[in-house]
Design a protein around this ligand. Structure first.
Ligand SMILES: [Mn+2]
Length: 247
């Protein structure tokens, strides 16, 4: 029976090498096979790809095993959502047309079985990171995207791969827990809670699997990443919990 909802993010496929990425892709497909029997909805919450840019007539090479699996799941009636991450926000209609996935640009708030859940990749939220917040505006600007799309892919994707490596070196080296008071997505979630109740907040981006109790009735879960943790979250209708694949 399909009665569970799954959440995962930060596969960073394509990085850091073809071989390691292929290994990770195979693991993700094994995971999808594993969850498929009871999965009603699948939330892919950003940075599925280390870099994705969809040109008007062209998409990046690779990832055929994952894309094929997602197509098959979608065709079998599983609803799939694709959140834009900071590495793969340049999607247009290809995934929707080919895979039936719904693209989510920013936050998405869902209510399932009476539980209110706030979902976002996690980039550009909370205090700090002014530099990225500025860049995010440029990255998301339609005219800038159009200009970038005019570059031949061997130049555009070349630049992007350099950028992605740089950004990974700066941000994705063995993340360390800052403490519940300093985790910026926890701070952000607590701010939202002042105005409105949510049972759960689910974010990616942090590359650190976390479960933080924000108050008596509200929990922040960070779904981690798949380079090291193979972490994901599952909602069974009552509880939303963090768990690990092949660990
Ligand atoms: Mn990431």
């Amino acid at each position: 029976m399909r009665d569970k909802i799954y959440f995962a993010s930060d596969f960073h496929l394509g990085s850091p090498s073809f071989e390691t990425s292929r290994e990770r892709e195979n693991r993700i497909v094994r995971w999808l096979n594993f969850i498929e029997p009871d999965c009603s909805e699948l939330f892919l919450m950003g940075d599925v790809f280390d870099f994705w840019f969809e040109y008007k007539y062209v998409v990046p090479k690779g990832f055929t095993r994952l894309l094929g699996k997602l197509a098959q799941m979608s065709d079998s009636g599983i609803k799939i959502y694709f959140f834009k991450g900071n590495h793969d926000m340049w999607v247009k209609d290809y995934f929707t047309k080919e895979l039936g996935m719904q693209i989510v640009s920013d936050e998405m708030i869902i209510v399932r079985n009476g539980k209110k859940i706030y979902l976002h990749h996690g980039d550009g939220l909370g205090p700090g990171d002014a530099k990225y917040k500025f860049l995010r505006k440029i990255f998301r600007n339609p005219f800038c995207q159009w200009l970038f799309g005019m570059l031949p892919p061997r130049i555009g994707i070349g630049i992007a791969n350099k950028w992605s490596t740089h950004s990974r070196a700066a941000n994705h080296n063995d993340e360390v827990f800052l403490g519940e008071e300093k985790e910026w997505l926890a701070i952000y979630a607590k701010e939202l809670l002042q105005k409105e109740h949510y049972d759960y907040f689910v974010f990616g981006h942090r590359h650190l699997p976390l479960t933080i109790k924000l108050n008596e009735h509200s929990t922040y879960i960070n779904i981690g990443e798949w380079l090291k943790y193979n972490s994901y979250a599952v909602f069974d209708g009552n509880d939303l919990t963090l768990t690990y694949f092949e660990k």
